[in-house]
Design a protein around this ligand. Structure first.
Ligand SMILES: [Zn+2]
Length: 164
C-alpha cells in the first residue's frame, strides 16, 4: 500500500539480526530527538494520518479529497503537501527548507519550489528518512498551516471560555 511505503520503518535492526539478536521494533528517529512537543506531535500526526488533510477528512465530510489550497486538482495527501502543492505559503516553506529537497528532487528550484511530476515511492521514503531535525520542523510547519482553523487550534490553545 502506497501510504505505508512512504513511512515504513524497518521492523528489524539488520545489523543486530546478523549477530543473531532480533530487535523487534525500532521507534522512529524523531521520537528520540529533543524537539518541541508541538513538533513531535505534528510529525506523529502526519506519519499516522491522524490529521485533517482532505484525503482523510473527505472520508467523513464527503467530497473528492482534492486540495483546496491550489489548482492542481490533486488529492491533498501527505505527498501532495510535501512536494506538489503550489500554494504560495507552502512554496515559501519549501524555499525556507530547500536544503531538504535539493538532494532528492532535481527539478526543485527556488523559482519553482514544487515538483510537478510524480515522485517515486522510494524518493518519498528517502526524503522522509533524512537525518535532519529540519525535516521535522518542515513537516510541523506544513501541518500547522494545513490544519490551521481546524482541530489544531483547539489543541494548541488553552481553554479560555468565558466564565459565568
Ligand atoms: Zn495543493
Amino acid at each position: 500500500m502506497t501510504y505505508h511505503s512512504w513511512f515504513t520503518c524497518p521492523l528489524l535492526d539488520l545489523q543486530a539480526a546478523e549477530w543473531g539478536n532480533f530487535a523487534p521494533l525500532i521507534p522512529p528517529r524523531y521520537l528520540h530527538l529533543d524537539l518541541p512537543k508541538h513538533v513531535t506531535r505534528n510529525v506523529s500526526r502526519f506519519r499516522l494520518r491522524a490529521h485533517t488533510l482532505a484525503v482523510k477528512s473527505s472520508i467523513w465530510r464527503g467530497g473528492n479529497g482534492h486540495c483546496d489550497m491550489c489548482s492542481c486538482a490533486a488529492v491533498q495527501n501527505e505527498v501532495h503537501v510535501l512536494f506538489h502543492c503550489q500554494d504560495l505559503f507552502v512554496c515559501s516553506h519549501r524555499r525556507k527548507y530547500s536544503s531538504l529537497f535539493f538532494p532528492f528532487c532535481q527539478s526543485f528550484s527556488m523559482e519553482a519550489p514544487y515538483i510537478s511530476h510524480a515522485v517515486p515511492r522510494q524518493t518519498v521514503f528517502d526524503f522522509l528518512s533524512q537525518r535532519h531535525n529540519r525535516l521535522c520542523h518542515f513537516i510541523s510547519d506544513i501541518m500547522d498551516y494545513f490544519l490551521a482553523g481546524e482541530d489544531q487550534q483547539q489543541t494548541n490553545q488553552p481553554n479560555d471560555l468565558p466564565g459565568g
